[in-house]
Design a protein around this ligand. Sequence first.
Ligand code: ADP
Length: 299
Amino acid sequence: MLIIISATSGISISSFLWIRRKKKVLNNLERLIYIEKNEAFEAKNSKAKDIEDAFKELFKSRKIEMQRLQQLENYRRDYIGNVAHELKTPLFSIQGYIETILDDPKIDKETLELFLKKAYKNADRLGQIVNDLDTITKYESGFLQIETERFDILALVNEVIEELEIQAKEKNIQINCHSKSEPYWIEADKSRIRQVLVNLGYNSIKYGNQGGTTNIKLSSTGLKVIVEFADNGIGIPSQHLGRVFERFYRVDKHRNRETGGSGLGLSICKHIIEAHDETIRVMSTEGAGSVFTFTLPCA
Ligand code: ADP
């Protein structure tokens, strides 16, 4: 009989100790969640189930946070790699030309002038790349805000066509604008839309054929104005179409080095149009030409 009593009380003491320890562990977990979440933890009577749920939630948000940090880290690494790569080409060219000039004190005037011009062209390109990088960094960090105003996009298109005339003439490319002759009033950030028009227009010349045509078409649905840039240039192979709006993406890396692109122009266009909650698309056939279309809200 005595043995039975002591055995029973032995069980109740150990289970009492177990419950106490469990409660202590739960309290500590509760405190931990509170600190981690930095907000009041709503556990009803510190039930194990509540704490388990809170922990699951905490782990889930930690996992998402870790993935985000990993993405940022990949982005940072890619970005720095790409920037270094972009800057290297013109920088090495400048160094090369200047070194050649310095190494040859008897260099003739004609060669000297040619090398200086080439060095200057590369310095100019370096400046362009730095400007594009500056713009894209601001967009990608959500730093740039758009400032909308009411303006006539037809007038802006005509201004941009005039601006591109010199480059177009060099390749004997004709730029036409097809639209009704009345204003197309839109509500958008004028200077940024100008940049989109310049980038698309300039690309249509860069990737256009000698003696080609760029047709800019404006139309309106009443709610949206649709702007279309169509060229009959070299076109984009279908496997690249889905990637041309990515930053630093180029279809033909060698060719574009020669034409002087940074691989950022279309990516900047996409940021600007999406900042207006609108879309930009491309259709293209290799060897036949490309059509870039975007929408903007009517004023
Ligand atoms: P880039 O500075 O190299 O021109 P973009 O971002 O403007 O960079 O364009 C990305 C790539 O898309 C270009 O390198 C080019 O291969 C292709 N591309 C852009 N516009 C056209 C076009 N109108 N015709 C053919 N290819 C184009």
